[in-house]
Design a protein around this ligand. Structure first.
Ligand code: GTP
Ligand code: MG
Length: 205
């Protein structure tokens, strides 16, 4: 597992508290309670690495995890690599001022973070493409930022329903969106290998 060895670095309230903007970074974004932190744990193979919770709005920080450096060849310096767990978007019970704070910080992060190589967009397979997801995909289309969509919690659907959800989403993606999509489940371990390769491709790309 190339993502094994991930380590907690820090939790930030503002983007200027994040690690130095160098190397390569992939961010996990999605609606509140979609399963971002769980996906991060499944991919890194560390159960308790990112805090998860039944209560939406659990992650109220940008949490940075370091990965083993990426080596491209002997002649080139190794590249620092990180994963960022972003706060969930849009949970109504989080106070409006805090929601507004994260709206702004996530927006700034996406626009300003130079080491950002791609986004893993976590979507509950039962509730695909809500407003935030569409905004995110539209942003990727406009800025040519690579995106990998995990249709997660697939264990909640039959296999057949899951493939239908996948096909429906692929059809709905605006033409030219630089996104790949797959079925995923942190609980059942579905699609974990495929998602690890996708994250590595984003980091190396
Ligand atoms: P916030 O940080 O609050 O935005 O949430 P999050 O997107 O990080 O979600 P988190 O990983 O904390 O998971 C939210 C809830 O969904 C928890 O109760 C998880 O156990 C559950 N969950 C996450 N992934 C899966 C999955 O693949 N299958 C099932 N059945 N439940 C899942
Ligand atoms: Mg979380």
């Amino acid at each position: 597992n190339p993502l094994q060895g991930a380590q907690f670095v820090l939790a930030a309230h503002r983007i200027n508290q994040l690690p130095a903007d160098e190397g390569a970074e992939v961010a996990f974004a999605g609606r509140s309670n979609a399963g971002k932190s769980s996906a991060l744990n499944a991919l890194t193979g560390h159960r308790g690495l990112a805090r998860t919770s039944k209560t939406p709005g659990r992650t109220q920080q940008m949490v940075a995890f370091s990965l083993p450096p990426i080596v491209h060849g002997e002649a080139l310096p190794a590249l620092e690599a990180r994963l960022i767990d972003l706060p969930g978007y849009g949970y109504a019970k989080v106070p409006e001022a805090l929601r507004e704070h994260w709206r702004r910080e996530i927006d700034r992060y996406l626009h300003e973070r130079r080491s950002l190589r791609g986004v893993v967009l976590i979507v509950d397979i039962r509730h695909p493409l809500k407003e935030f997801d569409r905004m995110m995909l539209d942003f990727c289309l406009r800025t040519e930022l690579a995106c990998h969509v995990l249709l997660t919690k697939a264990d909640k659907l039959s296999r057949n329903q899951a493939s239908q959800a996948l096909a429906a989403l692929r059809k709905e993606l605006p033409v030219g969106t630089p996104a790949t999509v797959q079925v995923f489940s942190s609980a059942a371990g579905t699609g974990v290998e495929e998602a690890r390769s996708a994250v590595m491709q984003l980091l190396e790309g």
